[in-house]
Design a protein around this ligand. Structure first.
Ligand code: GDP
Ligand code: IMO
Ligand code: MG
Length: 432
C-alpha cells in the first residue's frame, strides 16, 4: 500500500489529470485537497475526452472512491452538473464512489460576481478563472463561510447565507454588484442539496480509515506549486495551498501518513493569466508550442502563455513540495524542433541564481540562462515514438540530472498508452 501526493510542479495544466488517471489503476481512493472549479483536468481514454473540474481524475476507474476534501471550495451547481455528466456515462455508479466533505466551503453566485468585477478592473486584474475561488476563501477566512454540511440543515443554511451576504454587501456595493436575492439562492442551493445529500460526509475520517486499512490512496493536486498562496508567484497565484503540504492540511491527515510525492511538469512551461514568466516565448516558437500543445485553458478557453522549461521554477517546486520523482509530459509537442532549450538558472543583479526568486520585482528582472539540447524528430509512425530517439532520451536524462530527481514517467501524447512508466509508486517492486 502507498499514500502518494501528486502535485503540478509549474503553473498548472501540467497534465496532472492524465497521470492521475493512469496511476489510479492500482488505487482505491483519489482525493482532492484544495481549489475548486478553477481546475480543469483533461483525460483522454480510448480516444474520448473527459474533463474533470471538481471531481478527482480517478473518476473513470470503477471501484475508485473520489473524494472532495475539506480544504476545497465547491460550487454545487458545477458539482451537480459534473456528477450528472459522469453518471450518464456509467461512471460513479455507486453512491460510495463519491465523497464530498461536509466542511468544504460553498462558492455562491456573488463570490463569482465579486471575482469577475475585481478581475475586470485593470489595476487589480490577475487574470483569475473568475470561478469565485478567491472570494470563497476570503469568506472562509473571515469565518462567514457557508459549508457543504449546512445544505443538510435548511434553517441553518438560510441563517449562514444571510450573515454572509450582510458581510459582503459593502464590497458588492463598492464594486457595483447586484444585491443578492437570498430567497432565490437558498431555493436553488437547497434543491441541489437533495441530489448531493448521499455524498456529503466526513472526508477526513474516511480518507484516514482508508489509509489505516492499507488502501492505495492518491492525493491529486490542482493548480501548480507556483500558484500556491504562500510559496508561489504572489500576487499572481490562486487562493489555496497547492504545494504537497496542502494535502495534509486540507484533509486533516498527518504528514507521517504520506509515502511519497510525485511532481508533474511539461517538457516546456505554460501559464494562464498575469504575472512574470522569465522563459516566456512571445515569438513563432511560442505560437508553435501553443498550437501543437493545444495550449488553451480547459476551463476558460484562454490561450496559455508558452515558454521553455524553467529549472529554477522546478527546483522551487521540488524543494517546497518535497518532490521525490518526476513525470515529464507533452514531450511529443517539442518534437520537430531543431534545438530545445532548458533554462538552468537566472542572471539577477550580477549574480547567478539557481532557484526561482519569489520577490515579484526580482522575478520580473530575472534573465534566463539556457542550455541548448539537440531536438528530436516528430514520430514517423506509432512504431517509432519520439521517445525512441537518443536526443529525446538525453533531454529527459538531463532534466532529471539537473534537478537531482529520477524521472518516473514520460508522456508522449494525451492517451493512456502514450506513456512510459519506469516507476509506479503504487507498485514499486513490479517496475524495471
Ligand atoms: P491538468 O490541469 O494538469 O490536468 O492539465 P490539463 O488537462 O488542463 O492540460 C493538459 C492537456 O494536455 C490536456 O489537454 C491533456 O489531454 C493533454 N496532454 C497530457 N499529456 C500530454 C502529452 O504527453 N502530450 C500531449 N500532446 N498532450 C498531453
Ligand atoms: P489546473 O488544476 C492553470 C490560475 C489562473 C490565475 C490564477 C488565479 O487545471 O492546473 P483563480 O481563479 O484560482 O483565483 O486564478 O491561477 N489558475 C490556473 N492556471 N491551471 C489551473 O488549474 C489553474 N487554477 C488557477 O489562471 O492566473
Ligand atoms: Mg488544467
Amino acid at each position: 500500500m502507498a499514500v502518494v501526493i501528486v502535485v503540478g510542479a509549474q503553473w498548472g495544466d501540467e497534465g496532472k489529470g492524465k497521470i492521475v488517471d493512469l496511476l489510479t489503476e492500482r488505487a482505491q481512493m483519489v482525493v482532492r485537497w484544495a481549489g475548486g472549479a478553477n481546475a480543469g483536468h483533461t483525460l483522454v481514454v480510448d480516444g474520448k475526452k473527459h474533463v474533470t473540474r471538481l471531481i478527482p481524475s480517478g473518476v473513470l476507474r470503477a471501484g475508485v472512491t473520489c473524494v472532495l476534501g475539506e480544504g476545497m471550495v465547491v460550487d454545487p451547481t458545477v458539482l451537480v452538473d459534473e456528477v450528472r455528466g459522469f453518471r450518464a456515462q456509467g461512471f460513479l455508479a455507486r453512491h460510495q464512489d463519491l465523497v464530498v466533505a461536509a466542511r468544504a466551503h460553498l462558492t455562491m453566485p456573488y463570490h463569482r460576481e465579486i471575482d469577475r468585477l475585481r478581475d475586470e478592473r485593470p489595476e487589480n486584474s490577475i487574470g483569475t478563472t473568475r470561478k469565485g475561488i478567491g472570494p470563497t476563501y476570503e469568506s472562509k477566512a473571515a469565518r462567514t463561510g457557508v459549508r457543504m454540511g449546512d445544505l443538510l440543515h435548511p434553517e441553518r443554511f438560510r441563517g449562514q447565507l444571510a450573515r454572509q451576504i450582510e458581510h459582503l454587501m459593502p464590497l458588492l456595493t463598492a464594486l457595483g454588484g447586484a444585491v443578492p436575492d437570498a430567497t432565490e439562492i437558498a431555493a436553488h442551493y437547497l434543491a441541489l442539496a437533495d441530489e448531493l445529500r448521499p455524498y456529503i460526509a466526513d472526508a477526513s475520517k474516511l480518507v484516514h480509515d482508508a489509509i489505516v486499512r492499507g488502501d492505495n490512496v492518491m492525493f491529486e493536486g490542482a493548480q501548480g506549486v507556483l500558484l500556491d498562496i504562500d510559496h508561489g508567484t504572489y500576487p499572481f497565484v490562486t487562493s489555496s495551498s497547492s504545494t504537497a503540504g496542502g494535502a495534509c492540511a486540507g484533509l486533516g491527515i498527518g504528514p507521517t501518513k504520506i509515502d511519497t510525492v510525485l511532481g508533474i511538469a511539461k517538457g516546456y512551461a505554460t501559464r494562464v493569466g498575469g504575472g512574470p514568466f522569465p522563459t516566456e516565448l512571445t515569438d513563432a516558437t511560442g505560437d508553435l508550442l501553443r498550437k501543437r500543445g493545444n495550449e488553451f485553458g480547459s476551463v476558460t478557453g484562454r490561450p496559455r502563455r508558452c515558454g521553455w522549461l524553467d529549472l529554477p521554477a522546478l527546483r522551487l517546486a521540488v524543494r517546497t513540495s518535497g518532490i521525490e520523482g518526476l513525470a515529464l509530459t507533452k514531450l511529443d509537442v517539442l518534437a520537430g524542433l531543431e534545438r530545445v532549450r532548458i533554462c538552468t538558472g537566472y542572471r539577477l543583479g550580477g549574480a547567478t541564481v539557481d532557484e526561482m526568486p519569489l520577490d515579484i520585482d526580482d522575478l520580473a528582472a530575472a534573465e534566463p540562462i539556457y542550455e541548448d539540447l539537440e531536438g528530436w524528430p516528430a514520430a514517423a509512425s506509432s512504431d517509432t515514438p519520439p521517445s525512441a530517439t537518443k536526443a529525446a532520451t538525453r533531454f529527459v536524462a538531463r532534466v532529471g540530472e539537473l534537478l537531482d530527481r529520477p524521472v518516473w514517467a514520460t508522456s508522449w501524447g494525451a492517451g493512456r498508452s502514450e506513456t512510459i512508466l519506469t516507476y509506479d509508486p503504487f507498485a514499486p517492486d513490479a517496475m524495471v
